[in-house]
Design a protein around this ligand. Structure first.
Ligand SMILES: Cc1cc2nc3c(=O)[nH]c(=O)nc-3n(C[C@H](O)[C@H](O)[C@H](O)COP(=O)(O)OP(=O)(O)OC[C@H]3O[C@@H](n4cnc5c(N)ncnc54)[C@H](O)[C@@H]3O)c2cc1C
Length: 397
């Protein structure tokens, strides 16, 4: 019987899954609708346990070379300044990488793609769009549209949908995708201006709360990225207009000179979790299974954690373990998405955009209390760096 695994989507989650399976001696067919790997600017935060996991691919050294190590991150108030600075060195006993790494996700994608291409067990089909999927007791079938418009059916023993938020594989297993769409758009602006000139105590990753307009500043190896909430009823071209960008940046950090903005992108943000991640021989992972707001950088990291968990179970099942083993993946990773990722991202958004002065003061006092108490500080960074959720999930039968 055909023992190969068909994977839809060559985003970071599909590429991690494909590399893990091919390294374990399992043939993989990776199907990706784009002709080239996307290079657009998306997530850039890698948390400590994700770096620990990626070490086995030999890519972390290169990511560090191309990225920026961030040993702290902070909550600030736009007028009061620093509220709390969290120190990731407190995780030293628990990780080889006690810091966040800022490195654009497409860089990891290219490294993993290059590595997979060298593996004879991998077949990569770019420019090939998955259309529908089905399964029977012995295997799966995926109908695809070829670059020339023709159709074909790819067969396999198992199917992984790592095909992002609009996943056709999620539809194929009939999973719901309950949740909300956040009312505001998120506008990301990249600038060459170094915000530390104005705020010398600024961490490389800073969340700035304000009763009128919160924002986030994230430094990468080359630029600073500023993220603002924007009214979703505006026309697309208005949202990303140079005038709006300049107004937002000047409002946040006034300067006599105009900002040099090298990149602008606006996106809609959802908070949703699929009702199941597995149906018999078909599983979903990453954005196909869960999406959340980017405050905390947990979407991409959570997706990579899914890939490691799922690949481990697939190796067991291909090796003869019962099919139900895959359901444990769904139980473990779905609980993390619901109880940790969604909750933390929601709370971060709430800390940033709460307007009521007393609630703001209470949040700030709580954050100050956490950093001053070394046990609470450590447990907070264990949770926000996602180490704790991996440990907790491993205990779920
Ligand atoms: C504009 C933008 C900005 C973002 N910024 C942040 C951020 O700042 N911080 C953060 O944590 N997260 C951010 N995210 C989210 C983050 O990028 C995702 O969590 C991450 O990409 C998920 O990886 P994935 O592999 O699951 O899905 P994706 O990266 O979406 O990859 C899915 C892949 O599947 C392919 N595909 C889809 N449908 C099909 C099909 N039918 N057939 C074949 N192939 C298909 C797609 O082309 C794509 O390559 C952002 C997302 C966007 C869109």
């Amino acid at each position: 019987m055909n023992r190969n695994v068909v994977i839809v989507g060559a985003g970071p989650v599909g590429l991690v899954t494909a590399n893990l399976l091919a390294d374990a001696g399992i043939a993989v067919s990776l199907v990706e609708t784009c002709k080239d790997l996307p290079r657009d600017l998306r997530a850039s935060t890698f948390h400590p346990p994700t770096l620990d996991m990626l070490e086995r691919f030999g890519v972390v050294g290169l990511m560090i070379e191309q990225g920026l190590i961030c040993p702290t991150w902070q909550f600030r108030d736009r007028s009061e300044g620093v509220i709390a600075t969290f120190e990731l060195a407190r995780l030293s006993p628990d990780t080889n990488h006690p810091y966040r790494l800022q490195c654009e996700q497409w860089r990891l994608g290219e490294m993993l793609y290059a590595r997979l291409r060298d593996n004879p067990l991998a077949t990569i089909r770019l420019g090939t769009k998955a259309v529908t999927a089905r399964q029977n007791a012995n295997g799966v079938e995926l109908d695809v549209e070829l670059p020339d418009g023709g159709r074909e059916t790819v067969e396999g023993a198992f199917l992984v949908g790592a095909d992002g938020i609009g996943s056709i594989v999620r539809h194929a297993i009939g999973a719901g995708f309950e949740g909300i769409t956040i009312p505001e758009l998120f506008l990301s602006l990249s600038t060459t201006y170094d915000f530390r000139e104005t705020m010398p105590d600024l961490s490389n990753i800073s969340y700035l709360s304000d009763p009128r307009e919160w924002y986030v500043l994230i430094r990468t190896a080359h630029v600073w990225r500023a993220l603002f909430p924007v009214d979703a009823s505006l026309e697309d071209r208005d949202v990303t207009s140079p005038e709006r960008g300049e107004r937002l940046l000047q409002g946040a950090v006034p300067r006599s000179q105009a900002y040099d903005v090298t990149h602008r992108t606006a996106y809609r943000v959802h908070e949703r979790v699929a009702s199941t991640y597995v149906k018999n021989r078909i599983a979903i992972a990453g954005d196909a299974a869960h999406v959340n707001n980017p405050l905390g950088g947990m979407g991409l990291n959570g997706g990579i954690h899914d890939a490691f968990n799922l690949a481990e179970k697939l190796v067991e099942v291909v090796g003869g373990a019962p099919l139900e083993t895959l359901e444990r993946y769904s139980r473990q990773r779905r609980k993390v998405a619901l109880d940790v990722v969604q909750q933390t991202a929601l709370r971060n958004r709430s800390i940033l955009n709460t307007r009521e002065p007393e609630a703001r003061r209470a949040y700030h006092d709580e954050l100050r209390g956490i950093v001053e108490d070394s046990e609470r500080h450590r447990s907070y960074v264990m949770r926000t760096s996602m180490i704790q959720s991996l440990r907790d999930a491993a205990k779920i039968p």
